[in-house]
Design a protein around this ligand. Structure first.
Ligand SMILES: Nc1ncnc2c1ncn2[C@@H]1O[C@H](COP(=O)(O)OP(=O)(O)OP(=O)(O)O)[C@@H](O)[C@H]1O
Length: 648
């Protein structure tokens, strides 16, 4: 499918669909609320999650982490990473220095050598003054690098999320749960934790090399005790904490679902208040919270069991090395300060060997984050690949008539091409779940043509519009939009002027005029200025919001607009007025609607019906106001019938 991201000759009054949805929400919200918490969007049905295996986890980690380090920011990133590693190296050196200082300090104390003691005290204070800032700088450098990495990744993910309508597919087909949480929380935690783990690992290796020497030099059997202790401890903690990865993963998801439920209440506040649905909503929210709570309880029990072990493990090392070397001290083979030095070295090495024991909680939470981001990343990649596969689905082409090969010899645009705005050839539309809604439809829309799409609820009218707009591509056939100019429509009333068009920005006078044109001039005094930002869905009535959408349409002046029940909340006089306005502006339109009054503003009617095709004549007779000159009457299988009428 060739879909230039900027070239759109269509306005779907998208907010209208949203408003329509909201209106429908008033009816449907009750059903959904009563149905079940699980019916709420967006999470896909919850599978019993086992967590990914180690190989998948490592692959995903690499796939998520690697791109930044070879990106356009790589020079800065690598330099800063190098600096962080150097600072880490320096902090290890300082720790080794402290270890020796500690030995001499305690030796002076044990020998009651006051002069030596004062000297060691001063050395110690000097080392603190010089060394501690290095620790602080290391942490600061690590945090700023993590922030830099996060900000690059956020842009990288948002870019792919908003490309090729991936966000739309994810939401409308419930492919990935809570993408917002993955972009905000998971990215932040991924960059922070990945860096700190990398440094901890590096630190551990350096520490291990430095302090192993010291410990081995003091008493080799102590080193053996340490190895047995740390390897045994690691194995036990892996065994005790084996369920934590899955529990952490589920916790993230359940918390996000609960938060999403609250957002839903905020977005549907009016419908809920209207139907006094607080009780239902509360039940749904509590069910979600309880689900998160139950999982958290399991998580806490698992953590507690692990904690029993790790706490004991941690406390024992305070006396273990002293107990092992004490006989040597009593035998007069080592000085008192050496005991302190061995305890310190033992602690350091054990900390390095016991990374998994100490960090098990964080590692399991981090694995869940890797899993979630990896899954998201895989989908974003597959989405962009699928989108660029020309052999798949419906071909949608935006064709600028000026670039057509068939220009007149004098370079002018042929008359017939100027008139053709939309060409639909043998179009079959399917839902994402492959149900065929429209089969083999061919249709042309010319300049100044106005097509009304009618048909029973659920027959596929909106889906057809989605396909024409490029939101859906399942099915086959060819759609060509011809246009001489392009624009990006102002889709969202709340976004106001953020959806800019390439035309010069409208002046204040233009804006006031267009509001007058749609009979909205009277709302101006309510708002301080034209740049005001409000939650428009709360402060304007449905009809006013529909008129506002028409105002944006009149400003943008596209060649062709798709209107999905865009006047459903308006009285007939206002409906007539708005249709006249866009017709006068020379905008061709394709509308969806159920009202009989709409026929008079259209000169073509496409009726999508699920009646028996053999009774085709019946369709025309359903609407006697239309002259049923059937210019393109086709009968298809799956008992679908499309009739295109010329209502001249
Ligand atoms: N994302 C989706 N995934 C699967 N099926 C869908 C999806 N969206 C819509 N459908 C189904 O496709 C069919 C056509 O839906 P569509 O919204 O196009 O109907 P419509 O004719 O516009 O209905 P209405 O007049 O009620 O608005 C319906 O059965 C609907 O349930």
């Amino acid at each position: 499918m060739t879909t230039p991201t900027t070239t759109i000759a269509i306005v779907i009054l998208e907010w209208t669909s949203r408003r329509r949805r909201r209106r429908n929400d008033v009816a449907s919200w009750r059903c959904s609320a009563a149905a079940a918490a699980d019916s709420l969007p967006p999470p896909p049905p919850e599978k019993q999650r086992e967590g990914s295996d180690l190989q998948t986890l490592l692959r995903r980690f690499w796939k998520v982490a690697a791109p930044y380090w070879s990106s356009d920011d790589k020079v800065q990133a690598r330099t800063q990473l190098g600096a962080v590693f150097l600072l880490t190296l320096a902090t290890t050196g300082i720790s080794v220095g402290f270890n020796f200082l500690g030995r001499d300090f305690y030796n002076a104390l044990a020998n009651k050598d006051q002069e030596q003691f004062m000297k060691q005290l001063l050395y110690y204070l000097g080392a603190f003054a010089g060394g501690i800032p290095i620790f602080v700088l290391r942490d600061y450098a690590r945090e700023t690098l993590s922030l830099r990495w996060r900000s690059w990744m956020t842009r990288f993910y948002i870019d792919r999320y908003l490309s090729n309508q991936t966000f739309y597919r994810i939401q409308s087909q419930s492919i990935i749960d809570n993408p917002d949480q993955r972009i905000v929380d998971d990215l932040s935690s991924f960059t922070g934790t990945a860096l700190s783990f990398a440094l901890t690992l590096f630190n551990a290796v350096i520490d291990l090399i430095s302090f192993s020497n010291i410990l081995f030099g003091i008493y080799p059997p102590l080193f053996v005790v340490l190895l047995v202790y740390s390897i045994g401890g690691t194995l036990i903690s892996v065994y005790l904490g084996r369920g934590l990865v899955t529990l952490n993963f589920l916790q993230e998801k359940k918390e996000a679902d609960f938060r999403y439920g609250l957002v839903r209440v905020r977005e549907n506040a009016e419908s809920i208040a209207f139907y006094s649905g607080e009780e239902n909503e509360m039940q749904l929210l509590l069910r979600r919270f309880e689900s998160a709570f139950e999982n958290l309880t399991k998580l806490l029990i698992s953590s507690r069991n692990l904690e029993f072990f790790t706490s004991g493990y941690r406390y024992l090392i305070q006396i273990l090395p002293a107990a092992v070397v004490a006989p040597m001290y009593f035998a007069g083979k080592i000085e008192f300060g050496v005991i302190n030095q061995s305890v310190s070295a033992f602690n350091h090495i054990l900390g390095d060997f016991s990374l998994i024991v100490y960090q098990f909680q964080s590692i399991s939470a981090f694995s869940a984050v890797i899993d979630r981001l990896g899954e998201f990343d895989d989908y974003l990649d597959s989405s962009s690949k699928r989108h660029s596969d020309p052999s798949e689905g419906i071909t949608l082409t935006y064709c600028n008539v000026k670039t057509l090969a068939e220009l007149e010899p004098n370079g002018s645009v042929p008359i017939d091409k100027q008139q053709k705005l939309l060409d639909i050839e043998n179009l079959t539309v399917q839902t994402p779940r492959s149900t065929t809604l429209v089969r083999d439809l061919s249709l042309v829309i010319n300049n100044n043509e106005h097509l009304l799409v009618t048909g029973p609820s659920g027959s596929g009218k909106t889906s057809l519009l989605r396909t024409l707009a490029g939101l859906w591509s399942a099915g086959k056939g060819k759609i060509t939009h011809y246009q001489t100019n392009w624009f990006t429509a102002l889709l969202d009333a709340a976004a106001n002027s953020e959806y800019t068009c390439e035309k010069p920005k409208p002046t204040t006078e233009d804006l006031i005029q267009v509001l007058e044109d749609v009979r909205l001039g009277y709302i101006l005094p309510r708002f301080s200025n034209l740049d005001s930002t409000y939650e428009w869905s709360s402060v304007l009535s449905l009809g006013e919001q529909q008129r506002l959408a028409f105002a944006r349409l009149l400003l943008s002046k596209p060649k062709l607009v798709l209107l999905d029940e865009s006047t459903s909340a308006l009285d007939e006089a206002n409906e007539a007025h708005l249709y006249k306005q866009i017709e006068r502006a020379g905008i061709a339109y394709i509308s969806i609607g159920h009202r009989r009054t709409l026929y008079q503003y259209h000169n073509k009617n496409l009726r999508i019906s699920t009646v028996d095709p053999m009774n085709a004549q019946q369709i025309g007779s359903l609407n006697p106001s239309i002259k049923t000159t059937c210019i393109n009457c086709q009968i298809y299988s799956r008992s679908c019938l499309y009739m295109v009428h010329d209502c001249l």
